[in-house]
Every structure is written in structure tokens, then in C-alpha cells.
Ligand binder design. Structure first.
Ligand SMILES: [Zn+2]
Length: 330
């Protein structure tokens, strides 16, 4: 069973919001592409697990951990018995060569070495048994899982082959892992893992506010060309309709994602919505969807999650309510 959800990373969310609200530079475009491909690869890895079945396994997905002084990010960590398996997921496609400790694609050398990466992670994890007096003896196994069917690898290193699983073998590998069941030891070890999980510590780039296009946009096609009535927006590009509440919450998330170091306030939301939403409404939505931390003329808020869907659910957004009288009164 999956013990943690896999969601878009903070970084991927950041570049997606940036893309909606500005023209990306070349480096940003590349970054977004890499992050999207990575996330798609992780999702197809998860789907394979669902096909194979993972009821008797404990699988952490997409976690950040602090082990002694080391910070590590793990795409998938499988706990069974007294053994941990680290899976580093890669969505590479193309003709790759791995020889003499270096990787190249179509004869161009690349700086990333996934085998070294997964080995470093495993090396840090093994310290768990010495740190903090946990005292569970365990082994750490490691594999790089190449999920893309269009990935071709030529390698002459036996050692590295042991740590690489390509797409055609992935289901066999998963079935083999799934055959080994998780006993009592597994829950003790997974408790230890859980106690080391931290929030995603990645620092996001700073954004120049002058680059950001303000205003509300269509949640379906992304167009900013909307006609607003009192409680709904109508997209002139695709005809889609959304509530002002829905779109304002999206804008609140956009602001908090792009300017995570800044205070979340009415002023910021007024700015990013292009002053298209009344202050009274902004205040009401901030109070409903965010947590007030400093009250006063310049009230500031925090937001529990930057995941739009999660936030709407958590705070009880109801699409029937949006046609209700309370919004019309506003
Ligand atoms: Zn639209």
C-alpha cells in the first residue's frame, strides 16, 4: 500500500503558475519540461504498482527525509521486513550509453548519473540504524527504474546493471518485490522512516513582480479574456464559466506559490487579481481558505496547502453554494 501521496512538487507548481502568468525564459521552459517529464514518469511508475498490486507492501512515495545531517529526496521507498528498497525513477527517452562511470545520450555526455545518485541515497539511508538509537538492523537495496518504453541503454558495466531496471523488466521486478511480505519489522522500520520525513526544503527562485500578468484567468483554457458578472466569469475564448470564488482562490494560491517569502495579504491578492475582485470578497475568501496570523489593518495569512483541489476540498468549497444567495448579496 502507498503510505504517502504523490503530488506535484513545489518546484513544478511554481513553474506551472509562472507559465500561466508570464512568458517563460528559455531556462525556465527547459526546467518546466524536465519537471513535468519527471512527474509523468513517477505517475507511470505508480500505475505499474497498481497493476501489479501492492497491498502487502509499505511504499513511501516522493518523500524528503533528514537523516543525521543529510537531506534526501526519494521517489519511492519500499519497506519490507528488515529491508529498504530505494527506487529512483527516471523518465529518460532516447539512446543512452553508460560506460566508465559516465552517461551520454546520442553521444553527448550528460552530467546526471542516476546510478551514483541512488547509491548516495542508499548510503545515507543506511545511517538510520546508527542514528538516534533506533537500532533496527536493516539492509538497503537500490534500483534506478527507467519507466519510459523509449529508453534504450547500452552499458558494459555489470555492477551498474544490477542497479538498473528498464521498462520491459519493471513489472517482473515489482512482482518479485511484492512476493516478499511486510512483517512486524516493516512497521517498526516504517515508523522510523516516518519520523525522519520533512517538508520539501527546495528554495524557489525569486520572481520579478513586473513580469507577472495580473487578473483572473479561465481554469480551462488559461485565457485572461473573461467577462465577469456579479458571481461568475465567462471565458470569451472557450465559453467556460467559473465562479469568482473559484478563480480568486486560484489567484490566492498563485500568489502564495510565486511569492512564498512574502506575506499573504489582501493587498497581494488585490494586486494579483488585477483589482477585479472587491476587497470585501477578497477578505471573505482569505478568511475562508487561509489562516489568519496577524490581525489588523494589514492582516496576514498562511495557507495550509498550495494544491488547489486539496484546498477547495479541505475548506468546503461547494459548487452548488456558488449559485447561492449569499454570493449574490455580495
Ligand atoms: Zn477558457
Amino acid at each position: 500500500m502507498f503510505l504517502t501521496d504523490r503530488k506535484k512538487s513545489k518546484e513544478l507548481n511554481f513553474y506551472e503558475v509562472l507559465e500561466r502568468r508570464t512568458a517563460l525564459g528559455e531556462g525556465e521552459r527547459k526546467m518546466l519540461k524536465i519537471l513535468r517529464q519527471g512527474f509523468e514518469g513517477e505517475q507511470s511508475y505508480d500505475r505499474l504498482w497498481d497493476e501489479v498490486g501492492h497491498d502487502h507492501l509499505l511504499i513511501f512515495r516522493d518523500i524528503w527525509m533528514k537523516v543525521e545531517n543529510a537531506t534526501l529526496q526519494i521517489d519511492a521507498l519500499i519497506v519490507h521486513g528488515d529491508r529498504l528498497i530505494v527506487n529512483e525513477i527516471k523518465n529518460y527517452s532516447g539512446m543512452y550509453q553508460y560506460a566508465d562511470g559516465s552517461w551520454s545520450v546520442n553521444s553527448f555526455q550528460i552530467s546526471e548519473d542516476p546510478v551514483a545518485q541512488v547509491s548516495r541515497t542508499a548510503g545515507k539511508l543506511i545511517r538510520l540504524k546508527y542514528g538516534g538509537g533506533h537500532g533496527h538492523p536493516f539492509e538497503v537495496d537500490r534500483k534506478v527504474a527507467f519507466v519510459n518504453p523509449n529508453f534504450n541503454l547500452t552499458t558494459d558495466t555489470e555492477e551498474s546493471k544490477n542497479h538498473i531496471i528498464t521498462r520491459p523488466m519493471l513489472k517482473y521486478y515489482m512482482r518479485d518485490v511484492a512476493r516478499r511480505s511486510s512483517g512486524a519489522d516493516a512497521s517498526a522500520l516504517s515508523d522510523t522512516i516516518r519520523s525522519c520525513i520533512i517538508e520539501d526544503p527546495m528554495a524557489l527562485p525569486e520572481v520579478d513582480a513586473a513580469r507577472i500578468r495580473t487578473g483572473l484567468y479561465c481554469g480551462r483554457c488559461g485565457s485572461f479574456k473573461l467577462i465577469l458578472d456579479r458571481y461568475r466569469s465567462h471565458c470569451t475564448s472557450c465559453g467556460h464559466q467559473e465562479t469568482i470564488e473559484y478563480q480568486t482562490v486560484q489567484s490566492i494560491i498563485d500568489f502564495a506559490t510565486l511569492f512564498s517569502e512574502e506575506n499573504l495579504s489582501k493587498k497581494g491578492v488585490r494586486w494579483i487579481t488585477g483589482a477585479e475582485v472587491s476587497d470585501r470578497r477578497i477578505e471573505r475568501y482569505l478568511n475562508k481558505y487561509c489562516t489568519l496570523v496577524r490581525k489588523g489593518k494589514h492582516s496576514t495569512y498562511t495557507i495550509d496547502t498550495l494544491n488547489f483541489g486539496d484546498l477547495l476540498k479541505m475548506k468546503g468549497y461547494n459548487s452548488k453554494y456558488e449559485k447561492g444567495e449569499r454570493i449574490l448579496l455580495d
